[in-house]
Design a binder for this molecule. Structure first.
Ligand code: VGL
Ligand code: ZN
Length: 220
């Protein structure tokens, strides 16, 4: 998919702004590599609005969430455990409901956003993707309703950006593609939490049939 193709079809395109929250930026407990650097470009694309629908996701965990290392005896952040039959990374406490670090990052025009979708609210299940929770005790990944929302709004193409590139943006992009949307991944408007993961991330995106784009592609 080319940038021009995307810009030419705004009525059927959605921009998904994934987890752009202070806890994933400089000084936050789960800081991505230079996450703050995406903010000017994200502002620019929000203002240019190459899409009829804008959705923000917000990581929004209750205190004591199962994904926090602090919720498990003798565990430290970035260790993995098995949870509901799947590998779960244990993170530092982050995006705790109602805290400043969980807000949508100050300084962006959030008023332009149609829907803010909170995720990770179930204390026993993690949720990386905006489309589905991670696996629950029944071995299912229940949908959030976002695919249905977008379809009802006439969307068939989604552009994804935000934090973190190799976790929530990647999972959101993969699930969007699996749900049948055409997906553009705005690579320069993402930053990873694990710095040497870019090759794996690119491979996974390619395997999922996600197009990796640079925002410059949208503006010519
Ligand atoms: C995220 C780890 C844990 C993300 C959220 O937004 O990428 N990563 N929770
Ligand atoms: Zn989280």
């Amino acid at each position: 998919m080319t940038g021009n193709e995307l810009f030419s079809d705004p009525d059927h395109t959605a921009l998904l702004l994934v987890d752009i929250q202070p806890d994933f930026m400089a000084g936050g407990p789960l800081a991505t590599a230079n996450g703050d650097a995406i903010l000017p470009g994200v502002r620019r694309i929000m203002e240019a609005r190459p899409c009829g629908v804008m959705v923000a996701t917000q990581d929004w965990h209750p205190p004591g969430h199962v994904s926090f290392a602090s919720s498990h005896a003798d565990r430290t952040p970035f260790e993995t455990i098995e949870l509901h039959g799947h590998e779960q990374v244990l993170w530092p406490d982050h995006c705790v409901q109602g805290t400043a670090g969980a807000e949508l990052a100050p300084g962006l025009p959030w008023d332009h956003v149609d829907l803010v979708l909170r995720k990770g609210c179930d204390p026993r299940v993690d949720s990386y993707s905006g489309f589905r929770n991670n696996w629950n005790a029944a071995g299912k990944r229940p949908p959030t309703g976002l695919a249905g929302y977008l379809r009802e709004r006439g969307v068939h193409t989604v552009l994804v950006c935000g934090l973190a590139r190799d976790v929530c943006v990647q999972w959101t992009a993969e699930d969007a593609a699996a749900a049948g949307f055409r997906v553009g991944f705005l690579w320069d408007l993402t930053r990873p939490v694990t710095h040497d993961n870019d090759d794996d991330c690119l491979q996974a995106l390619q395997a999922a049939n996600v197009d990796v784009l640079e925002t410059a592609d949208l503006f010519h």
